[in-house]
Design a protein around this ligand. Structure first.
Ligand code: NI
Length: 159
């Protein structure tokens, strides 16, 4: 496994639409492992393949609720319910936070890393993380969606 470079805000790749994964081969498995390691290394709750420069529809999510990492290949949101106003950040936009409106609950269908069809129902933070990562796959970031005037820059804490 390896830590991959995270593409940052000025990188045009973040605006591109990712393509469906057609074959889940060894290369995809390595990519998924690297994405998970990279997400944990930078304390993210999610990461999409485009953020490490690969335009494939893959996202990994771990909201630290004890249920472990979720791997979503070719994910599609099939249902949403309600809405929530939440603060959001992104590993591609370090130290920046803004408020966005997200669904309160979402149901997503995807393939897992074995190519098995899975359905995940998420609410609150998990719903937010799923929507955030799926947006990345369509070239959309939270900066595109933020409620105007809510963007804040927060300096990282010094160790
Ligand atoms: Ni992000």
């Amino acid at each position: 496994m390896a830590i991959r470079n995270i593409r940052l805000e000025k990188d045009e790749i973040l605006k591109k639409k990712s393509r469906e994964v057609e074959v889940i081969d060894e290369k995809i498995q390595i990519l998924i492992d690297d994405m998970i390691e990279t997400m944990y290394k930078f304390n993210g709750v999610g990461l999409s393949a485009v953020q490490v420069g690969i335009l494939k529809r893959i996202a990994v999510i771990d909201i630290d609720d004890g249920t472990g990492v979720k791997i979503l290949i070719n994910p599609k949101i099939i249902k949403t319910k309600g809405e929530q106003e939440v603060e959001e950040g992104c590993l591609s936009f370090p130290n920046q936070y803004a408020k966005v409106i997200r669904p309160k609950e979402v149901t997503v269908e995807a393939l897992d890393r074995d190519g098995k069809k899975i359905t995940i129902k998420g609410k609150d933070l998990l719903a937010q993380a799923i929507c955030h990562e799926l947006d990345h796959l369509d070239g959309i970031t939270f900066i595109d969606l933020m409620i105007p005037g809510t963007l804040e820059y927060v300096e990282p804490k010094k160790d």
